[in-house]
Ligand binder design. Structure first.
Ligand SMILES: [Zn+2]
Length: 75
């Protein structure tokens, strides 16, 4: 499930995330590569930080519950 709440984002990460259109956010969250599953999965229970200017989402695979992460590059 994708919710609009952003409970565990740092302040700069939250503002970057808020700048992304909701439809794009849903696509990003439901299209994260999981190395264990070997396919794209939905990231759950995620948090957000900014690393080297890029938004980094860290969370849990919806399928195997393993740790996954996704970098969202800022163009
Ligand atoms: Zn997985």
């Amino acid at each position: 499930m994708v919710t609009e709440s952003i409970p565990k984002f740092t302040e700069p990460a939250a503002s970057l995330w808020a700048a992304i259109p909701p439809d794009t956010r849903k696509i990003l969250l439901s299209n994260v590569w999981c190395g264990k599953c070997g396919h794209a999965v939905t990231i759950t229970n995620f948090s957000g930080v900014v690393k080297a200017g890029d938004l980094l989402l860290v969370g849990v695979c919806s399928d195997c519950r393993g740790d996954i992460a996704r970098v969202i590059e800022q163009s």
